[in-house]
Design a protein around this ligand. Structure first.
Ligand SMILES: NC(=O)c1ccc[n+]([C@@H]2O[C@H](COP(=O)([O-])OP(=O)(O)OC[C@H]3O[C@@H](n4cnc5c(N)ncnc54)[C@H](OP(=O)(O)O)[C@@H]3O)[C@@H](O)[C@H]2O)c1
Length: 273
């Protein structure tokens, strides 16, 4: 039996138990959307009551299909989908077992694709829908010692660029929100794949310490919530929008203007490589 939605627009937010997803879900619920957040675990006790909740593991076909079916039966079709679920691994390419690299893609890339494939038919059938994927500025320029995380976010860039053309005739839009550093649970949840005796170990340790310091001094996740609200109020969704510390967004802008060798030199100095 469908719950009364009072004509509210229904939003599905994956990865809503923590950090950026939780902040986006809270912002949209405060703004009058009917928000269903999802995560792998049971509903966290500190999730605002304004957010409805369902379990969804984005790496599991059945879990995604069941959650989307349950949401549709209970509330109606999600007109908006924010795909936030994600995690990070770090380590030298040479030290990273392939199964870890594949698992990274299974969450950040294929997990996102799974959710997109589950909501698209519902949106297409109604000729209306908006999908916002959470990429990263690390998907615009490779982060040293986070090659597989960066690659999984680069892959989302290609996905969105292609998908926009495919779904436009059906009234469905997709956009990539690219956060810079945010202070969330992401840093603590990162899997560090440092191999004992690795020739990369010392440089890896220095670089990851700088990166994690920047994350923990990064933007407040509420800024991502405000950015999504701004996007949803736009007449048309742009291809990509960045959010987070200004100097990081400016650096990515410069990336396009500077010769590669200059940009690499800046990174070598900044990350003490
Ligand atoms: N923080 C940053 O500096 C930063 C920068 C750029 C991009 N991002 C991106 O922003 C997104 C959100 O990250 P965050 O910073 O908010 O990190 P976070 O606080 O660790 O939150 C990650 C969320 O993803 C969920 N998740 C992880 N694996 C999942 C899976 N297999 N199935 C379903 N949900 C899963 C987690 O749910 P559980 O409760 O189930 O663990 C949690 O809700 C990610 O895509 C990340 O790559 C973050």
């Amino acid at each position: 039996m469908a719950e009364k939605t009072d004509g509210k627009r229904i939003v599905l937010v994956t990865g809503a138990t923590s950090g950026i997803g939780k902040a986006i879900a809270a912002t949209l619920a405060s703004a009058g959307y009917l928000v269903i957040g999802t995560g792998r675990r049971a509903r966290p006790s500190d999730l605002p009551e304004t957010i409805h909740y369902e379990i969804m593991d984005v790496t599991d076909d059945a879990s995604v299909a069941e959650a989307v079916q349950k949401i549709t039966n209970t509330y109606g079709y999600p007109e908006i989908c924010i795909a936030c679920a994600g995690s990070g691994i770090a380590g030298a390419v040479e030290d990273t077992p392939l199964q870890e690299a594949k698992a990274q893609f299974e969450v950040n890339f294929f997990g996102t694709v799974r959710v997109v494939q589950a909501v698209l038919p519902l949106m297409r059938a109604r000729n209306a829908g908006r999908i916002i994927l959470i990429g990263s500025l690390a998907g615009r320029t490779g982060m040293p010692f986070q090659a597989f995380y960066s690659a999984s976010k680069f892959a989302l860039e290609g996905l969105v660029e292609s998908l926009r053309h495919e779904i436009r005739p059906y009234g469905v839009e997709v956009c990539l929100l690219e956060p810079g550093d945010f202070k969330t649970g992401f840093t603590g949840a990162r899997r560090k794949l440092a191999r004992e005796g690795s020739p990369y170990l010392a440089r890896f340790s220095t670089t990851i310490a700088i990166q994690e310091h920047d994350e923990q001094h990064g933007a407040d996740p509420s800024a991502a919530g405000a950015a999504v609200l701004r996007l949803l109020r736009m007449r048309k969704l742009p291809l990509r929008v960045s959010v987070g510390p200004l100097f990081q967004r400016a650096a990515i802008g410069m990336r396009r203007l500077l010769p590669d060798a200059w940009f690499e030199a800046v990174y070598r100095i900044y990350y003490r490589l």
